[in-house]
Design a binder for this molecule. Sequence first.
Ligand code: LER
Ligand code: MN
Length: 274
Amino acid sequence: MKKWKFAVSSANIAAPTAPILLTGSICDNLVQASQLGYHAVEVHTRETARWDYPAIEEVMKKHEVGISAIVTGKLCTEGQVNLIDDIPYVTHFAMEGMKQYIEMAQRFKTDIVLGWARGRIPDKGNAQNYLDRLAGNLQILDDYAGERGVSIHLEVINRYETNIFNTAAETLEFIRKNELKNCFVHLDTFHMGIEEADPVAAIKLCGDKLGYMHFADNSRTYPGSGQIDFRPIIQALDSIGYKGYLSVECLPKPDGITAARMSRSHLQNCASSI
Ligand code: LER
Ligand code: MN
Protein backbone atom coordinates (compact mmCIF):
# COMPACT_ATOMS: atom_id res chain seq x y z
CA MET A 1 0.00 0.00 0.00
CA LYS A 2 1.20 3.50 -0.93
CA LYS A 3 2.44 5.61 2.00
CA TRP A 4 0.85 9.03 1.79
CA LYS A 5 2.34 12.14 3.33
CA PHE A 6 -0.09 14.13 5.47
CA ALA A 7 0.17 17.83 6.31
CA VAL A 8 -1.95 20.19 8.42
CA SER A 9 -2.53 23.94 8.14
CA SER A 10 -0.91 26.21 10.73
CA ALA A 11 -0.28 29.87 11.53
CA ASN A 12 0.96 31.90 14.46
CA ILE A 13 -2.52 33.39 14.81
CA ALA A 14 -5.77 32.85 12.87
CA ALA A 15 -9.41 33.97 12.92
CA PRO A 16 -11.85 31.19 13.86
CA THR A 17 -13.36 31.57 10.37
CA ALA A 18 -10.02 30.77 8.69
CA PRO A 19 -9.26 27.17 7.64
CA ILE A 20 -6.31 26.87 9.99
CA LEU A 21 -6.04 24.03 12.49
CA LEU A 22 -2.86 24.61 14.48
CA THR A 23 -2.08 28.02 15.93
CA GLY A 24 0.92 29.13 17.95
CA SER A 25 4.66 29.28 17.41
CA ILE A 26 6.00 27.38 14.41
CA CYS A 27 8.03 25.10 16.72
CA ASP A 28 4.99 24.26 18.87
CA ASN A 29 2.92 23.61 15.72
CA LEU A 30 5.59 21.27 14.32
CA VAL A 31 5.65 19.25 17.57
CA GLN A 32 1.84 19.18 17.75
CA ALA A 33 1.56 18.04 14.12
CA SER A 34 4.02 15.26 14.71
CA GLN A 35 2.14 14.09 17.82
CA LEU A 36 -1.08 14.01 15.78
CA GLY A 37 0.55 11.74 13.20
CA TYR A 38 1.24 14.33 10.51
CA HIS A 39 4.40 14.44 8.44
CA ALA A 40 4.41 18.21 7.93
CA VAL A 41 2.79 21.54 8.70
CA GLU A 42 1.67 23.98 6.05
CA VAL A 43 2.71 27.45 7.22
CA HIS A 44 0.42 30.44 6.59
CA THR A 45 2.59 33.46 7.33
CA ARG A 46 3.61 36.98 6.45
CA GLU A 47 6.52 37.27 4.05
CA THR A 48 8.39 39.33 6.65
CA ALA A 49 8.39 36.65 9.39
CA ARG A 50 11.74 36.55 11.11
CA TRP A 51 12.31 32.90 11.84
CA ASP A 52 14.95 31.37 14.06
CA TYR A 53 15.89 28.93 11.29
CA PRO A 54 18.42 26.80 13.26
CA ALA A 55 15.91 26.30 16.13
CA ILE A 56 13.11 25.37 13.71
CA GLU A 57 15.37 22.99 11.78
CA GLU A 58 16.35 21.30 15.03
CA VAL A 59 12.68 20.70 15.96
CA MET A 60 11.99 19.39 12.44
CA LYS A 61 14.85 16.93 12.72
CA LYS A 62 14.08 15.80 16.26
CA HIS A 63 10.37 15.21 15.58
CA GLU A 64 10.80 14.01 11.98
CA VAL A 65 8.35 16.57 10.67
CA GLY A 66 8.64 18.93 7.73
CA ILE A 67 7.02 21.96 6.12
CA SER A 68 4.77 21.04 3.20
CA ALA A 69 4.42 24.59 1.86
CA ILE A 70 4.56 28.27 2.71
CA VAL A 71 1.17 29.89 2.01
CA THR A 72 1.19 33.49 0.80
CA GLY A 73 -2.42 34.61 1.43
CA LYS A 74 -1.49 36.98 4.26
CA LEU A 75 0.46 39.12 1.77
CA CYS A 76 -2.95 39.95 0.31
CA THR A 77 -5.29 39.85 3.34
CA GLU A 78 -2.96 41.71 5.71
CA GLY A 79 -0.46 43.34 3.34
CA GLN A 80 -3.23 44.49 0.96
CA VAL A 81 -1.20 43.92 -2.22
CA ASN A 82 -1.66 41.63 -5.22
CA LEU A 83 0.08 40.72 -8.46
CA ILE A 84 -2.31 42.40 -10.93
CA ASP A 85 -3.15 45.70 -9.31
CA ASP A 86 -3.45 48.81 -11.50
CA ILE A 87 -1.37 50.81 -9.04
CA PRO A 88 2.27 50.05 -9.91
CA TYR A 89 3.66 50.33 -6.39
CA VAL A 90 1.02 47.87 -5.13
CA THR A 91 2.06 45.29 -7.72
CA HIS A 92 5.72 46.07 -7.07
CA PHE A 93 5.37 45.30 -3.36
CA ALA A 94 3.43 42.13 -4.17
CA MET A 95 6.35 40.99 -6.34
CA GLU A 96 8.87 41.84 -3.61
CA GLY A 97 6.75 39.95 -1.07
CA MET A 98 6.51 36.89 -3.31
CA LYS A 99 10.28 36.88 -3.72
CA GLN A 100 10.65 36.95 0.07
CA TYR A 101 8.32 33.93 0.32
CA ILE A 102 10.37 32.10 -2.33
CA GLU A 103 13.57 32.76 -0.36
CA MET A 104 11.85 31.50 2.81
CA ALA A 105 10.74 28.35 0.99
CA GLN A 106 14.26 27.81 -0.33
CA ARG A 107 15.60 28.00 3.22
CA PHE A 108 13.00 25.48 4.44
CA LYS A 109 13.48 23.29 1.31
CA THR A 110 9.81 23.57 0.49
CA ASP A 111 7.43 25.24 -1.98
CA ILE A 112 4.97 28.12 -1.97
CA VAL A 113 1.22 28.39 -2.53
CA LEU A 114 -0.17 31.33 -4.49
CA GLY A 115 -3.86 31.90 -3.78
CA TRP A 116 -5.50 35.25 -3.18
CA ALA A 117 -2.28 37.24 -3.66
CA ARG A 118 -2.65 36.82 -7.43
CA GLY A 119 -5.48 39.37 -7.21
CA ARG A 120 -8.99 39.73 -8.60
CA ILE A 121 -10.02 41.20 -11.95
CA PRO A 122 -12.08 44.36 -11.27
CA ASP A 123 -15.77 44.03 -12.24
CA LYS A 124 -15.54 46.28 -15.29
CA GLY A 125 -11.93 45.46 -16.11
CA ASN A 126 -10.65 43.98 -19.36
CA ALA A 127 -9.91 40.43 -18.19
CA GLN A 128 -7.20 39.79 -20.80
CA ASN A 129 -5.17 42.83 -19.70
CA TYR A 130 -5.09 41.56 -16.13
CA LEU A 131 -4.28 38.00 -17.19
CA ASP A 132 -1.41 39.33 -19.32
CA ARG A 133 -0.10 41.30 -16.35
CA LEU A 134 -0.33 38.20 -14.19
CA ALA A 135 1.46 36.13 -16.84
CA GLY A 136 4.32 38.65 -17.06
CA ASN A 137 4.75 38.77 -13.31
CA LEU A 138 4.47 35.02 -12.90
CA GLN A 139 7.13 34.50 -15.57
CA ILE A 140 9.54 36.55 -13.43
CA LEU A 141 8.57 34.65 -10.28
CA ASP A 142 8.73 31.32 -12.12
CA ASP A 143 12.40 32.00 -12.98
CA TYR A 144 13.13 33.31 -9.48
CA ALA A 145 11.63 30.16 -7.94
CA GLY A 146 13.31 27.81 -10.43
CA GLU A 147 16.75 29.24 -9.65
CA ARG A 148 16.09 28.41 -5.99
CA GLY A 149 14.60 24.93 -6.41
CA VAL A 150 11.14 26.11 -5.32
CA SER A 151 7.80 25.28 -6.98
CA ILE A 152 4.84 27.67 -7.08
CA HIS A 153 1.48 25.98 -6.53
CA LEU A 154 -1.34 28.01 -8.09
CA GLU A 155 -4.41 27.31 -5.99
CA VAL A 156 -7.70 26.84 -7.82
CA ILE A 157 -10.22 28.80 -5.71
CA ASN A 158 -14.00 29.07 -6.02
CA ARG A 159 -15.80 31.94 -7.79
CA TYR A 160 -17.06 33.56 -4.56
CA GLU A 161 -13.48 34.32 -3.48
CA THR A 162 -11.73 35.16 -6.77
CA ASN A 163 -12.33 35.33 -10.52
CA ILE A 164 -8.97 34.01 -11.75
CA PHE A 165 -8.27 30.25 -11.77
CA ASN A 166 -11.64 28.86 -10.66
CA THR A 167 -11.12 25.52 -12.40
CA ALA A 168 -8.30 23.05 -12.93
CA ALA A 169 -8.64 23.30 -16.74
CA GLU A 170 -8.32 27.09 -16.75
CA THR A 171 -5.27 27.00 -14.49
CA LEU A 172 -3.57 24.24 -16.46
CA GLU A 173 -4.15 26.12 -19.71
CA PHE A 174 -2.60 29.29 -18.26
CA ILE A 175 0.47 27.39 -17.04
CA ARG A 176 0.95 25.67 -20.41
CA LYS A 177 0.29 28.75 -22.54
CA ASN A 178 2.79 30.83 -20.57
CA GLU A 179 5.34 28.00 -20.28
CA LEU A 180 5.60 28.32 -16.50
CA LYS A 181 7.95 25.45 -15.77
CA ASN A 182 7.98 25.80 -11.99
CA CYS A 183 4.26 26.48 -11.54
CA PHE A 184 1.84 23.68 -10.75
CA VAL A 185 -1.90 23.31 -10.23
CA HIS A 186 -3.05 23.17 -6.62
CA LEU A 187 -6.51 21.70 -6.01
CA ASP A 188 -8.67 21.94 -2.89
CA THR A 189 -11.55 19.49 -2.39
CA PHE A 190 -13.74 22.25 -0.91
CA HIS A 191 -13.30 24.54 -3.94
CA MET A 192 -13.63 21.59 -6.34
CA GLY A 193 -17.03 20.78 -4.82
CA ILE A 194 -18.24 24.19 -5.99
CA GLU A 195 -16.47 24.48 -9.35
CA GLU A 196 -15.69 21.05 -10.79
CA ALA A 197 -18.47 18.90 -12.26
CA ASP A 198 -16.16 15.92 -11.80
CA PRO A 199 -13.32 16.33 -9.25
CA VAL A 200 -11.76 12.98 -10.21
CA ALA A 201 -11.60 14.07 -13.87
CA ALA A 202 -10.06 17.40 -12.78
CA ILE A 203 -7.27 15.57 -10.92
CA LYS A 204 -6.63 13.27 -13.88
CA LEU A 205 -6.58 16.22 -16.28
CA CYS A 206 -3.76 17.81 -14.26
CA GLY A 207 -1.64 14.64 -14.28
CA ASP A 208 1.98 15.44 -13.50
CA LYS A 209 1.18 19.18 -13.34
CA LEU A 210 -0.76 18.65 -10.10
CA GLY A 211 1.55 19.95 -7.39
CA TYR A 212 -0.42 20.20 -4.17
CA MET A 213 -3.73 19.19 -2.57
CA HIS A 214 -5.94 20.66 0.16
CA PHE A 215 -8.50 18.52 1.93
CA ALA A 216 -11.75 19.66 3.56
CA ASP A 217 -15.29 18.35 3.36
CA ASN A 218 -18.07 20.04 1.37
CA SER A 219 -18.97 22.56 4.09
CA ARG A 220 -15.24 23.05 4.76
CA THR A 221 -15.35 21.18 8.05
CA TYR A 222 -12.97 18.25 8.58
CA PRO A 223 -12.84 15.41 6.00
CA GLY A 224 -15.33 12.78 7.10
CA SER A 225 -17.80 15.28 8.58
CA GLY A 226 -19.72 15.88 5.35
CA GLN A 227 -20.74 14.48 1.99
CA ILE A 228 -17.48 14.06 0.06
CA ASP A 229 -16.30 10.53 -0.63
CA PHE A 230 -12.52 10.93 -0.43
CA ARG A 231 -11.72 7.41 -1.67
CA PRO A 232 -12.13 8.15 -5.42
CA ILE A 233 -10.16 11.38 -4.90
CA ILE A 234 -7.23 9.54 -3.31
CA GLN A 235 -7.53 6.79 -5.90
CA ALA A 236 -7.28 9.39 -8.68
CA LEU A 237 -4.20 10.90 -7.00
CA ASP A 238 -2.68 7.43 -6.88
CA SER A 239 -3.48 6.83 -10.56
CA ILE A 240 -1.60 9.97 -11.68
CA GLY A 241 1.39 9.13 -9.48
CA TYR A 242 0.89 12.18 -7.24
CA LYS A 243 3.84 12.43 -4.87
CA GLY A 244 2.81 15.52 -2.90
CA TYR A 245 1.15 16.00 0.45
CA LEU A 246 -2.46 15.42 1.42
CA SER A 247 -2.76 18.67 3.29
CA VAL A 248 -5.71 19.27 5.60
CA GLU A 249 -7.01 22.81 5.36
CA CYS A 250 -10.42 22.96 7.01
CA LEU A 251 -12.30 24.97 9.62
CA PRO A 252 -11.23 24.49 13.26
CA LYS A 253 -14.57 22.95 14.26
CA PRO A 254 -15.29 21.83 16.94
CA ASP A 255 -11.68 22.93 17.58
CA GLY A 256 -8.43 22.76 15.64
CA ILE A 257 -6.90 19.76 17.39
CA THR A 258 -10.07 17.65 17.17
CA ALA A 259 -10.48 18.55 13.49
CA ALA A 260 -6.82 17.64 12.82
CA ARG A 261 -7.23 14.30 14.61
CA MET A 262 -10.50 13.43 12.85
CA SER A 263 -9.08 14.42 9.43
CA ARG A 264 -5.96 12.35 9.86
CA SER A 265 -7.83 9.19 10.78
CA HIS A 266 -10.55 9.61 8.13
CA LEU A 267 -8.10 10.24 5.28
CA GLN A 268 -5.97 7.30 6.42
CA ASN A 269 -9.03 5.03 6.46
CA CYS A 270 -9.98 6.18 2.96
CA ALA A 271 -6.43 5.67 1.67
CA SER A 272 -6.24 2.22 3.27
CA SER A 273 -9.48 1.08 1.70
CA ILE A 274 -8.67 1.83 -1.96
C1 LER B 1 -6.60 28.91 0.80
O1 LER B 1 -5.89 27.74 0.68
C2 LER B 1 -7.94 28.76 0.29
O2 LER B 1 -8.38 27.69 0.01
C3 LER B 1 -8.74 29.97 0.14
O3 LER B 1 -10.09 29.65 0.16
C4 LER B 1 -8.48 30.98 1.17
O4 LER B 1 -8.90 30.54 2.41
MN1 MN C 1 -7.17 25.80 0.05
